[in-house]
Design a protein around this ligand. Sequence first.
Ligand code: 5AD
Ligand code: SF4
Length: 440
Amino acid sequence: MSEAKKLFIKTYGCQMNVYDSERMVEALGVDGYVTTEVVEDADMVLINTCHIREKASEKLFSDLGRLKPLKVARPDLKIGVAGCVAQAEGAEILRRMPLVDLVVGPQSYHRLPAMARAAGQGAQAIDTDFPAEDKFDHLPQRKAQRGPAAFLTVQEGCDKFCAFCVVPYTRGAEVSRPVSRLLAEARDLVGRGVREVTLLGQNVNAYHHVDDAGTWGLARLLREMAQIDGLVRLRYMTSHPNDMEDDLIAAHGDLPALAPYLHLPVQSGSDRILRAMNRKHTAAQYLALVARVRAARPDILLTSDFIVGFPGETEADFEATLALIRAVNFGMAYSFKYSARPGTPAAEKPEVDPAVADARLQRLQALLTAQQRAAQEAMVGREVSVLYEKKGRLPGQMVGKSDHLHAVHVTDPQGAVGDLVRVRITAASSNSLAGEPLAL
Ligand code: 5AD
Ligand code: SF4
């Protein structure tokens, strides 16, 4: 038997890229590739890219620069670029970087194995089409064992056109995958040891599908998934406030498998900026939504995304964002300095002084970090469920995630990966919690 070919894959960006990378690894696995952590050993290097901010995009070119000596030494090394930079700048990548053998956009991953087979024979290949077929249907899967928590992409693309965002251009219009396929994939995952599934989509709560069983939104999909034997925990991300329908909010109250966790990006607390961002909701509407979600599930942990320094943001606008953060009290949040993306409406507008934006980002992050710490401290003494994902560094220790997505270290010599255990939280540190299993 010939020796296995080695694949080095690097993934940037969101969880959807993580999911896509897993599927690409499985598909290339059918062709005999196994993954390696050592880039020098690789027969193929695949970089799955993110285009959301300039910094994320630039990483591709510095990675490719570092690969140059490897490619010179071993011209048969195959180098591929996938993801949103591939989609947005594919031709430019090939022109600037002759060492790249193939460029494949997020909607064309089912064509990757064939492209990989043909690669390395001198000609560069590119596929950044938006084909009509579902790429996931045509991506072969290797039936490997896997960890207890998995991602499952149910929806891709976005129709919202926030003024700063490239996603509607790189990932295209909203497309939802059929319920039957998703249920089959979820059952397959459970058969391979998965107990928690996070449903993913750029705008996941806009999930919409019609089949013989009628119309499906995200709430109905979650309820159906919760029926799968062995699937004990569900999450979903990322959601737009305007698509939080009543039945989805209700599911947070009455669907036990649905974790008390919601990522609900708001971006800004200033109505003026929200309007300029084309978010189509106000700060007050967001706060009212948060109140309804909390009424359905009082212990829910809310997380969000923020952009500071959006064009035109004044000190008063920024103060309004801080006020919204204080009013909501987030369990965690991601925050970013605005980055102008070519082709988006906001990129035409004059930018805020970068030093001012930096200073605002620091103030915002200080507030968010304080809220995150407080949320972690507040868990001490409480009972939570922890899904063990791996063994800890200390003997008898297990590490997993709580319902609220906190990392928890549990002293539990009897514990095994995949167990869902009731745990009392005994301590909080900056990045994780510690706990002990409750006696049954
Ligand atoms: N600049 C900065 N942050 C951005 N995001 C999206 N586009 C930009 C941009 N141009 C952030 C938003 C979004 C998250 C995924 O990335 O906060 O919710
Ligand atoms: Fe981008 Fe807005 Fe769509 Fe989110 S909702 S992907 S921020 S356009």
